[in-house]
Structures are given as C-alpha cells and as structure tokens.
Ligand binder design. Sequence first.
Ligand code: NAI
Ligand code: OAA
Length: 339
Amino acid sequence: MFRSVARLAAGKHLLRRGYATASLPDRKVAVLGAAGGIGQPLALLMKLNPLVSQLALYDIANTPGVAADVSHINSRSEVAGYVGEDQLGQALEGCDVVIIPAGVPRKPGMTRDDLFNINAGIVKGLCSAIAKYCPHALVNMISNPVNSTVPIAAEVFKKAGTYDERKLFGVTTLDVVRAKTFYAGKAKANVADVNVPVVGGHAGITILPLFSQATPKANLPEDVIKALTKRTQDGGTEVVEAKAGKGSATLSMAYAGAIFADACLKGLHGVPDVVECAFVQSTVTELPFFASKVRLGKNGVEEVFGLGPLSEYEKEGLESLKPELKASIEKGIKFANQS
Ligand SMILES: NC(=O)C1=CN([C@@H]2O[C@H](COP(=O)(O)OP(=O)(O)OC[C@H]3O[C@@H](n4cnc5c(N)ncnc54)[C@H](O)[C@@H]3O)[C@@H](O)[C@H]2O)C=CC1
Ligand SMILES: O=C([O-])CC(=O)C(=O)O
C-alpha cells in the first residue's frame, strides 16, 4: 500500500529522499477503540501512513500509553491520545476519516450476531458523536456485527441530518485479504498478484468470495472452490478458535483496516482508480446494504460496481445469503430507531 503512495509522491515530483510530506495535504484520522487488540496495531500502521498528518487515538481507557508509545515513531503524523467520553469530541473534531474498531470480540461458540447487544450501543454512541463533531468524515466501521452496525450508523446519521451514503463503509477487507491468501495457496500463484472480489456481508454465509472472477485464472476444480469458499467464510472463526477465548483476529484485521483506510485517503487525495470491496448502501441487489467493489474518490464512494458474471455455485450462494443479511440489516435499523 505504501509503495503506491511512494509512486504517487514520485509522480508529482514530491519524492526526493523519502516523502516530501510537507507537500501532502493535512488529513486527520481517528481510531475509536485504539487501545484494543485491533486498535493498537492499527494505530501503528496508520502512524506509518504518510497521507496522515494528525492521528487521534481514542478509547475509554489506556490511550495515553498507546499514544505516547506510537508518537515516538519518526513518521509524519502528530499523535494525540484521548480517553473517556469527555474527550471524544476533541478526538473527532476536524477528522477526515474515522476508523471504528471499538467493541467486544467473539469467544469460541459465539456468532458475530451474539456481539450485537453490547456493540450496537457502543457504535450508536460513537456515531452520534461523529454526527456532531465531524459530520463529513468517512466512517470505516470494523465493529461487529458489521451487517448490523453499518445500518445502525446510517440511521444515527439520518436522524442527525448528516447522512451521506458515500461516506459510510463496513470494512470487509479482511475477507478479501483471506480470500487472496487462501486462493494463492491453491492456485500456486504469487499472492501479491492475486485479486479476489468478496461480496455480500461480513458474517458466515453472507461472506461470498467470487473465485470465478479471481485473477490470475487457475481453473480450480469445483470441490477446491467450495473448500476455499467455506474457509473464507469461516476465516474469522478459525482465528477465534485458535485464540481459544483470547479474542478474534486483531493483527490481520489491523492490516486489512490499514489497507482500507489508506484507500479512503488515496481517494480523498484524488488518486484515480482506487477500488476496494466494502459493505455500503447499495442497489446492486434488493438489499439496502451490500458489499461489492466500490471506487473511492474525493467524496468517498464514487461508484458501486455490480457483481459481474457469477458461477452457478456463486448464484446459489447469493440467494442463500440474502435472508440472513436482510434480517441483520433490519435488526440494526430497528435498534437504532427504538432506543
Ligand atoms: N470487520 C472485521 O472484519 C472485523 C471486526 N472485528 C471486530 O472488531 C471489534 C474489536 O475487536 P478487538 O480489537 O479484538 O477487541 P478488544 O476488546 O481487544 O478492543 C476493543 C476496544 O474497544 C474499546 N471500547 C469499548 N467501548 C468503547 C467505546 N464506547 N468507545 C471507544 N472504545 C471502546 C475497549 O476499551 C477496547 O480497547 C470487535 O467487535 C470485533 O468483532 C474483529 C476482526 C475483524
Ligand atoms: O470473526 C470474528 O469475530 C472477527 C471477524 O469479523 C473476522 O475475523 O472476520
């Protein structure tokens, strides 16, 4: 990701030794939940991103230490830690991008939806503050269940009169990261060259990798495609079980979150053809939110791409995921409007 920033800088004659970052615009990024398992490595990765000039690290506890630690890294951005609700406004003020990995993670035996009761309220509170302090920021929602937390955020923003569907994203990049890794292994391809779109949502069967569109092409047999699909859908559970009660994916999620935030920043910066999969407001199917490829630009989502040609297996997967995804979206909308 940072290689392409270097290319961008070089292309504009900004690069001599390292980044001529003084020529890059100011961009403030906040991480909400910055002291957590995802938040800490994500804070580190965002500190390394030359497109960030101010990095605000917010949590309900422990952010002063994380911020002091990360702030010693000799990269462009100024880091500040904010702790507790009293400081949330300051953390958010002037933000261009807000990344939300706040909330509880799964333990073995739980579904992402089992996190709803705690995380829905957390996300609702944070989004109310975003509507107040940085209503124009791009919001990258990581907190689970993403299939419900994104609709909750949309409802909160609608009520506040700040909703802009181009600026709200459920981060599904980890599904793409996993699909690429698993596909490269089976296709014997260089993982750096692999692309796999992943559409739908971010939980179990709602995660639909489109291996028929994977590049480079490998013509893998049907049973291998099915196993790859299942492994991608169960990728989160694989990590939850391996961590045996100590949480869910944090390091790979921080990596994925940093890739997606970087794409948002590149879009804001006017870099052309920035395309990532994300869970956004959508008319690609009859569901109001759906993950598919989106083009990012100066206003957030510039274009939501359709699904392209699907295999029979993917068509079946698409039909099977709709009822669950629809129910999760409706659950989020209902929660936001009743409480
Ligand atoms: N979208 C995705 O692909 C993925 C999403 N996740 C989700 O990300 C979330 C966070 O996971 P972890 O970092 O592992 O959990 P964690 O428990 O290690 O960290 C969560 C952090 O959120 C903080 N927090 C709680 N309430 C808060 C509030 N009101 N405001 C600000 N911060 C608050 C906690 O103090 C804690 O530091 C979970 O919901 C998890 O399911 C995890 C992996 C992948
Ligand atoms: O599985 C979980 O609970 C965390 C998550 O969303 C993922 O790793 O994809």
